[in-house]
Design a protein around this ligand. Structure first.
Ligand code: SF4
Length: 240
């Protein structure tokens, strides 16, 4: 399930170049207009019987269509942390390209982190991996994953995998996108296997290079083509 407490975003780094906020959907999604959605308080909303609308024992992925750590959301994020604390029966999955703003608006009782929060740090190239991941690993977070998406070049994650549970990799989707090379994906898989970290190749992107040949992959097939490679490393637990 997805929960978007606010909408709108703008570029944080190179991986954002072909984000839908910059593509044909820019107007529809309101690029640069950061606004609360009507689902802002969804996790704690109750029906007339006093029961939560969202039942427990779920994974709720939040801010996959905006960024949880946008400066414009600093005040709203305080309220969201309170909701997350109230719903200890839900696992919240938060993916960000702004991990360097993690400490802003963090609750005073955060301590070593809430058990039900799983934070994903996106890195799309080596420079960003070397900037964001040491920060990511220095923060008090109980559950961490890395998302190399869109993967724009070969990345060595080896120095940054200690304390990370999982790595997700994906290519870029759209018209004028950059190529995702299967060799880069396999190298990341190898690094994860050595570090005993689970790995999921979630999609090939629109241009996927294999054995020196670049293939154009239909958006509806990008997940299945990635899966057919059979390179995922799972520990049997569900992350998404
Ligand atoms: S941070 Fe995410 S949602 Fe925001 S512009 Fe970049 S890719 Fe798009």
């Amino acid at each position: 399930m997805n929960w978007e407490p606010w909408t709108g975003c703008y570029k944080a780094s190179d991986g954002c170049t072909n984000c839908y906020f910059y593509g044909p959907h820019a107007k529809r999604y309101g690029q640069n207009m950061i606004e609360k959605t009507d689902k802002f308080d969804w996790p704690v909303r109750k029906n007339t019987k006093g029961e939560y609308h969202i039942k427990g024992n779920k994974i709720l992925a939040t801010c996959f269509a905006t960024d949880f750590f946008l400066p414009e959301a600093d005040e709203w994020r305080k309220e969201v942390w309170t909701m997350i604390k109230e719903r200890r029966d839900i696992d919240f999955l938060i993916l960000t390209k702004r991990i360097d703003r993690f400490l802003v608006s963090l609750p005073t009782d955060w301590g070593e982190g809430y058990d039900n929060v799983n934070i994903g740090c996106t890195v799309e190239n080596q420079e960003l991996a070397d900037y964001r991941l040491p920060l990511f690993l220095s923060y008090p977070i109980k559950r961490r994953f890395i998302a190399c998406a869109p993967l724009l070049e070969a990345i060595d994650l080896t120095p940054h995998l200690h304390g990370v549970d999982h790595v997700t990799v994906g290519g870029e989707t759209g018209r004028d996108v950059r190529v995702c090379d299967c060799d880069w994906v396999l190298q990341l898989r190898e690094q994860c296997a050595k570090a005993n970290v689970t790995f999921w190749f979630k999609n090939t992107g629109s241009l996927f290079k294999r054995d020196g040949v670049v293939e154009k992959i239909n958006p509806f097939k990008q997940t299945s083509v990635a899966k057919e490679l059979g390179i995922d490393i799972s520990d049997g637990k569900r992350l998404f």
